[in-house]
Design a protein around this ligand. Structure first.
Ligand code: SAH
Ligand code: SF4
Ligand code: F3S
Length: 443
């Protein structure tokens, strides 16, 4: 019997959409060398963590998880344990030093080497590490190609890396320089996915708004959206994430012009204070941001915005914080993803004096949450009683005969319905708004 066909791997993924896509690639590659994915770590011959290091808490989680796998390794010395992703990139050799029972470490540019690395560790019981950044030509060749899946909604990578160097952020250090994938390749992938039954495409990158700007002759992101819009079978288009500085008028107009483009944008503001925005190296002021929001609302009155906000950036005063709350009210975000500032290695902000107590930061954080809770409730309550188009994605986690889908604003709606509706856009009357989802009935 073929030894390899019996091998099983367990993979856990943390962090953002980039890691989700990378993990799909990891699954493909490991299947290619005869491994089968399992849902329980204690059944596996190979355990991999695809990690995130955006905040300290995310990084610490990795060590917590590895500790949990130690007893498995003690029981089964043949078990291979590996760490990839952003913590692997950041820590490199240090990870092997800190975690003596770890077998392999692979960085964000080295996923393609995983099959070789695994086979070497299997055969010779050596420890292996690859964390080198690749040049742009090689990266362009290795852009993750996606196997056709069976889901209604899929991510398509349009760019990798980030050149913005926001002063708090580890991403440019762990993902490397920005490269945009050729638009023809993106289009080919979208066509293939649509032909295979995918109905919703989310174009992803750390800053999709600057797509193509550094590639001579490449189209703009707005043009790319228009081309994806032409693809038969694609019903809905989303994109994430947008840097406010790079949000062009041309792109704003797409929200008015392109029917398939969902009427939602996550436009992370980070802070409402010009002083803090400057220290963050964001490249816009509160007024610049509000002007773009006004243009978005003018181009597309039904648009809803969400945002990312950091609380307690080094030197943030009560006045700075008040400016953030004011901006939140002015925009009227549907939702906000808020984070307590976390100092990250290699970043400029890590050198900035930070004297605010943890308690004061937490207090601001709680006030921000309370305000946003009020604004969110007002926003989502407007949906109750209305009939909204919902793209059905599958059976609901609520069980029963319920299925679920999303509205244009990306809100999950559960309702009674046949599974045959999966992949279709159906009208649903919203009956109840819960904190994170809505309940409806087919209309
Ligand atoms: N590329 C995306 C952001 C990716 S990180 C963008 O520019 O919008 C997601 C969010 O994590 C950021 O928007 C920011 O709000 C938060 N974040 C990043 N670094 C952080 C840090 N050091 N501490 C706290 N939050 C952070
Ligand atoms: Fe980080 Fe800024 Fe790049 Fe977003 S744009 S990934 S916050 S450096
Ligand atoms: Fe985390 Fe890396 Fe994404 S740090 S947020 S997984 S790019």
């Amino acid at each position: 019997m073929d030894r390899e066909t019996n091998r099983k791997f367990y993979l856990e993924t943390f962090g953002c959409q980039m890691n989700v896509v990378d993990s799909e690639r990891i699954v493909d590659l490991l299947q290619g060398i005869g491994y089968r994915q399992v849902e329980a770590a204690d059944e596996a011959d190979l355990i991999l963590l695809n990690t995130c290091s955006i905040r300290d808490k995310a990084e610490r989680k990795v060590y917590g998880h590895l500790g949990r796998f130690k007893p498995l390794k003690d029981r089964n010395p043949g078990l291979i344990l590996g760490v990839g992703g952003c913590v692997a990139q950041q820590e490199g050799e240090r990870l092997l030093e800190k975690v003596r029972y770890l077998d392999l470490v692979f960085g964000t540019h080295n996923i393609h080497k995983l099959p070789d690395m695994v086979q070497e560790v299997e055969g010779r019981r050596v420890r292996r590490i690859e964390t080198e950044f690749l040049d742009r030509e090689t990266r362009l060749q290795l852009f993750p190609k996606r196997a056709v899946g069976d889901t209604v909604s899929r991510f398509v990578t349009v760019m990798q890396g980030c050149d913005n160097f926001c002063s708090y952020c580890v991403v440019p250090h762990v993902r490397g320089r920005e490269v945009s994938r050729p638009s023809d390749e993106i289009l080919a992938e979208v066509c293939e996915l649509a032909a295979g039954g995918v109905r919703e495409i989310t174009l992803i990158g750390q800053n999709v708004n600057s797509y193509g700007r550094k590639e001579p002759g490449e189209v703009s992101f707005a043009d790319l959206l228009r081309r994806v819009h032409e693809v038969d079978g694609v019903e809905r288009i989303r994109f994430t994430t947008s840097h406010p500085r790079d949000l062009s008028d041309e792109l704003i107009d797409c929200f008015g012009d392109l029917e398939k483009l969902c009427k939602h944008i996550n436009l992370p503001v980070q802070s409402g204070s010009d002083r803090i925005l400057e220290m963050m190296n964001r490249g816009y002021t509160g007024q610049d941001y509000l002007a773009k929001v006004a243009r978005l609302k003018a181009a597309c009155p039904q648009i809803r915005l969400t945002s990312d906000i950091i609380v307690g950036f080094p030197g943030e005063t009560e006045n700075d914080f008040a400016a953030t709350l004011e901006l939140m009210e002015e925009v009227g975000y549907a939702d906000v993803f808020s984070f307590l500032y976390s100092s990250r290695p290699q970043t400029a902000a890590a050198q900035m004096p930070d004297s605010l107590s943890a308690k004061a930061k937490q207090d601001r954080f709680d006030r921000l949450l309370a305000l946003q809770e009020k604004i969110s409730r007002q926003t989502w309550a407007q949906d109750v009683g209305r009939v909204l188009p919902v793209l059905v994605e599958g059976e609901s986690r609520q069980g029963g005969d319920q299925i679920f889908g999303r509205t244009t604003w990306n809100r999950i709606v559960n309702f009674q319905g046949e599974k045959t509706l999966v992949g279709q856009v159906v009208p649903v009357r919203i009956t109840t708004d819960f904190r994170n989802s809505q309940l409806g009935e087919a209309a």
